[in-house]
Structures are given as C-alpha cells and as structure tokens.
Write a protein that binds this ligand. Structure first.
Ligand SMILES: O=P(O)(O)OC[C@@]1(O)O[C@H](CO)[C@@H](O)[C@@H]1O
Length: 392
C-alpha cells in the first residue's frame, strides 16, 4: 500500500462528518434494503444481522481460511487492520470491506442456490425499467440530425450527469437530484478531452465505469458514438467483478443495459445494435479486474492493469468513488493540481464525476472561495456539482 505523505487520509472516526455517517447510517440502511429486496432464508437473515452489529460496533476480522480471496485481502490490508474498529481504518478500506462482507452474508460466494445472486439487482432493474430511463432514451431521437460534435458533447454530459445520484447515495441524500436542476461544473477540461479523441482517431479508450442503470446507459451511448464516428477504434469497459457500492456496474448490468437499448426502438435501438456488434467483433471489450473492487487507491494498481491503462489513448474514470481512488482518498487542499495528484497514472486520464464526498483537487482559488461562500462544505458532498478534469 502506498503512503503519500502529502494530505491526511480520510477516516470514518469523527462523528458528524460525511464518512462517519456512511459507516454509521448508510451501511445499516443498505443492510435493511437488501433484507427487503430478496427473500433470504433464516441463515442469511442471521448473517445479515451479525454483519449489522459487526460493522457498527465490531472489529475487522481476517477472512476465513477457506475464503477464495483470503490471500488477496491479506495483501490489500486485513493483516494490517485486523482487530481495529471499522471506524479507525481508512474510510475507503472500510467501505470496500463492507461490500465484501455483505456478499458473504447473502451467500454470494458460497456454493449453493444463492451463489452469484446480486442483492442489488432488484433496485438496479427497477431503475433501468423506469419511465425516467424511457424519457432519456426517447431524447436520443431529438439528437439525430444534429452535427456530430454536438451529439458527442451532449453524450459526454449525459455520461457525466448520469453519475449524479447512485443508488447508495440516494439512501442518504434524498432530493439531491432535484436540487441539481441547474448543474454547475466546478472544473471543465472538456476541450482537452476532445483533442485526445479527434475524429480520425484509431486508438483505444478505457472507460472505468461506475454505476449501472442511468449512468451506464449514457456511458455506453458515448462509447457507441465514439466508435461509430471513428474517434476511437476500440473501447475497454472496466466493470466490477462482483456487486459493489450498491449500484456499481457488473457484466450482468452491461448486458441488461445493452438489451434495454436494443429493445427501446428509435435511435436508442440503433445505438444498442452498434454496441452489440462491437461486443461481438471485439471493438468493445469488458474487463472485470479484481482490483476494480480493491480498497486501495489506483496508485497501488497491479502491473497488468497499469499496462492496460498505459496502452490507452485516454482512460476516462467515472464517478465519485473512482475519483477518490484516482487522486487518493485524502483531504487535499482543493487547489492541489489534478495533474499532480494523478502524476503516477500511466497515460492520459480524464475524471468525469459529480461531487459526493470530501475529496477534491484541481479547483482554482476563486472557484473554491465562491463555493465555500455559497454553501460552506455542502458543495463537496451534495451531488449538485460536477467536474471534467483531464491530465494529458
Ligand atoms: O462512485 P459514485 O457512485 O459516484 O459515488 C459513491 C458514493 O455514493 O459512495 C461513497 C459513499 O459511500 C461516496 O464516495 C459517494 O458518495
């Protein structure tokens, strides 16, 4: 694990802070939601009850000797953190640990009838099937006929704002979406992004996905557009190997989203067919690397993942959690240059993120002052602001 000495690592140990609230309130709410989502039997209910106690009052324990990923988690930190309270270790670590333990409780990894059953699938499917998704897909018809560069920009913004409210966030930030009706970008390097994705490009785009449903659909539309218009020759979509942070996208979610598009009619269906053929002929590749669910910053990524990103023309990193992992989950001074915090990254990298946690870099002093004057600290976590940051 790396230890950059530059800014304090975020822990969840201070009552009243956002990270503490996630551990103390959001995680118990997620356990309640999972219990209501699927009819787990007595054994699983007991395990969920035990996890509720453990995550709020217990300590971190090593994974059992027969866990398939025990060794991986030892190198990721259980050796270091065993015996400590969930609140006293890096917040990023504690959150990932919660999802790993939650999947244990519902029998996701154990051979048996519940193996591989995503506890968040009911909420993901509800969102994908919602009238709001219908409206977003219908709006694609209005884009048809507009110049290519306008469509590209509209789809980029769809992908950015699709990150506004993930399903976990909605559990504790009711109404954030509505308040963001007049969105505000606190940093916008989009012209630099477009210069990397020129019309005659044949390079590879890596897109590190975040949420399924109403975020993944616009991510896929953007990829379909870039492929269809020759801005890239190939795309690698990094998704999660198992359910994570409630709504993070897995392979099953990508397939659901593509089928939703192909079944929608109009322009959406054409995008869906484009994605289907890109998947079948290898221009769109799915990658579910174990490190995508690691409790660590990307600065600690393994060599094979580093090589993937190094070979890309551009890596687009989506969402709040990925941003925390990209720059390091630390209380950076907000004017810390984004290029400095991502200097280790092996190629050009762009962050598309709505602000839902304390971490922030790359603001001008004026922007920071204006945000603080208007909102105190609320702008950091409210999900009403967004950024597009690029390091070439
Ligand atoms: O990565 P995403 O979906 O944009 O956001 C994830 C999130 O909701 O979860 C964390 C708190 O649990 C925060 O980083 C952020 O608020």
């Amino acid at each position: 694990m790396s230890d950059h000495p530059t800014a304090p690592v975020i822990l969840g140990d201070e009552p009243g802070t956002f990270p503490h609230g996630v551990l103390a309130d959001r995680h118990p709410a997620i356990i309640r939601q999972v219990r209501e989502a699927l009819p787990y039997g007595p054994e699983r209910q007991r395990a969920l009850g035990a996890l509720l106690t453990e995550c709020t009052r217990g300590t971190i324990e090593p994974l059992p000797a027969d866990a398939h990923d025990r060794d991986r988690w030892r190198t990721w930190g259980t050796d270091t953190y065993a015996g400590r309270s969930w609140f006293d270790v890096p917040w990023l670590w504690s959150e990932s640990w919660f999802y790993r333990r939650l999947l244990d409780a519902v029998g996701y990894f154990a051979p048996g009838p519940w193996q591989g059953v995503d506890p968040f699938r009911p909420s993901k499917l509800a969102e994908l099937g919602s009238p709001a998704t219908d409206e977003e897909l219908a709006a694609l018809d209005d884009l048809t006929g507009r110049p290519e560069h306008e469509r590209a920009r509209a789809l980029l913004h769809g992908s950015l704002w699709g990150n506004r409210a993930d399903l976990g966030f909605r559990l504790s930030a009711e109404g954030a979406e509505e308040k963001a009706a007049v969105p505000a970008l606190v940093a916008d390097d989009s012209e630099r992004l477009w210069s990397l994705l020129a019309a005659s490009g044949a390079g590879t785009l890596c897109l590190v996905a975040d949420n399924a449903g109403r975020e993944l659909v616009p991510d896929l539309l953007l990829i379909a557009h870039l492929l269809a218009h020759g801005r890239i020759g190939r795309a690698v979509l990094h998704i999660k190997p198992y359910p994570y942070y409630v709504s993070d996208a897995t392979t099953a979610d990508v397939l659901d989203a593509v089928r939703r598009l192909t079944g929608a009619g109009g322009a959406a269906a054409a995008y869906g067919r484009g994605l289907w053929s890109a998947l079948t002929d290898g221009r769109l590749v799915l990658r579910a690397h174990p490190f995508s669910c690691a409790p660590l910053p990307y600065a600690d990524m393994p060599d094979d993942l580093r090589a993937d990103f190094a070979a890309a023309t551009l890596t687009v990193v989506k969402g709040d959690l990925n941003y925390r992992r990209l720059v390091g989950d630390r209380y950076w001074p907000p004017t810390t240059p984004f290029a400095e915090a991502t200097a280790y990254f092996p190629g050009p990298v762009a962050a598309l993120r709505t602000l839902k946690s304390d971490v922030i870099t790359g603001l001008t002093a004026d922007t920071e002052a204006a945000l603080v004057a208007a909102e105190g600290r609320r702008w950091r976590t409210g999900g009403t602001h967004a950024l597009i940051q690029v390091r070439t």
